[in-house]
Design a protein around this ligand. Structure first.
Ligand code: GN1
Ligand code: MG
Length: 365
């Protein structure tokens, strides 16, 4: 791998020698490397083309979105060092195809780090601000002009339909093991499809959203501890604000990891929820409609249930989508998300009250 990375870095116009390469474990889709050279530091990624079938379209989306944000920062007289800067080949391409591998590289954002741990409430509040701010910066970006990098990415209804189709087909003979999980999902189905219905009713506006708002997709400043910027822009597409809020809560307000095996550790934390909501709403509450604010908490449930559906579906078809570190990893993820979804549902009223209270405070300012 070392030779491949060293060769790629050269193709991307970096002439100094590679001194160290670390594989970054985060991320269930792409493979990411942290590459040090004599004079610089870069992030090199192999894009998963099974998931992202048209890399050129993704890279064009990202270039346009980051250019838009950089321009806004420039106009506001703010520093643009947090904005991702992709490397280009001599031909001006921002990605390289070698056989069935597609590669891209960007400059490491100086003084930055990522976290999987979500126990620090100040960090969570700051991450909430970063995702809220991202939403705001793209509020005037023409969503229709973006490529839809993964069709129906958060179409929960379609994902449920596909899961139940695979339950019928049982392609890997795994359905008999997961009867209990299928039953739980069937019981959640109606509530999980609620956002889809609201879209059909025209009750919620489509915005440019990030769509993959795990806290490890936020870069924090190593000096100030504040969030610097959001990364992993592959899924930036038209979506609902509830997707971004909800997916962040799914990941951050779980007291355990997304793939915790010991289900007794999996709990929804109202404290963490509140911290993220405070940060997020402080940036966007003013721009949101009443319906949007009223569906943020629902988003946390929907995205958690949807994740369970996606993990279970992948398990049933033979683990072709998410990286699995061991046999049954997707099933472990499914069970964890189902426990969390249930706990989130039990806190729905409390979450809605909290969101309404914070939004009212922001409106007063
Ligand atoms: C994937 O690649 P990563 O880890 O940032 C997935 C998300 C899931 C997440 C679950 C393109 O994100 O949708 O929520 O795993 N990304 C894609 O950990 O499917
Ligand atoms: Mg990621």
């Amino acid at each position: 791998m070392k030779e491949t990375i060293a060769r790629l870095v050269k193709i991307f116009g970096v002439s100094d020698a590679v001194t160290a390469i670390d594989k970054i474990g985060n991320g269930n889709i792409n493979q990411t490397y942290d590459v040090h050279t004599e004079n610089g530091r870069y992030i090199v990624q192999r894009i998963n083309i099974f998931v992202f079938k048209k890399p050129a379209e993704i890279m064009q989306n990202i270039e346009r979105v980051t250019a838009h944000i950089a321009k806004k920062l420039e106009v506001a007289g703010k520093s643009r060092d947090g904005v991702m800067h992709f490397l280009h080949t001599a031909d001006g391409a921002n990605f390289v195809v070698e056989g069935d591998a597609v590669w891209r590289a960007y400059e490491f954002v100086p003084d930055s780090e990522t976290f999987n741990d979500c126990s620090d409430l100040d960090k969570l509040r700051s991450a909430g601000k970063a995702f809220g701010n991202f939403q705001n910066q793209l509020a005037d970006f023409d969503a229709a002009s973006l490529y839809e990098t993964i069709a129906g990415f958060h179409d929960t209804r379609a994902r449920l339909a596909l899961l139940f189709q695979h339950v019928e087909e049982d392609p890997c003979g795994r359905v008999s093991e997961v009867k209990a999980e299928i039953e739980q999902i069937a019981a959640f189905r109606k509530t999980a499809e609620r956002l889809c219905e609201l879209i059909d009713e025209g009750a919620l506006p489509l915005r440019v959203t990030h769509n993959d708002t795990k806290i490890n997709n936020v870069l924090f400043d190593t000096k100030t501890g504040e969030a610097k910027t959001v990364i992993d822009l592959d899924t930036v597409m038209p979506g609902l604000v509830a997707y971004d809020f909800g997916d962040a809560i799914r990941f951050a307000a779980n007291l355990a990891a997304e793939d915790e095996k010991d289900l007794s550790l999996v709990h929804f934390s109202m404290e963490r929820f509140t911290a993220f909501a405070e940060g997020f709403l402080s940036e966007v509450a003013d721009a949101l409609t009443e319906n949007e604010i009223a569906t943020l908490a629902l988003g946390a449930f929907v995205l958690t249930a949807e994740s369970a559906v996606r993990f279970l579906d992948d398990y049933l078809v033979g683990d072709t989508y998410f990286k699995c570190l061991y046999e049954g990893h997707n099933l472990v993820r499914t069970r964890c998300q189902l426990v969390l979804a249930k706990d989130i549902l039990a806190h729905m009223d409390e979450m809605n009250e909290t969101v309404a209270r914070i939004a009212a405070q922001v409106a007063k300012k």
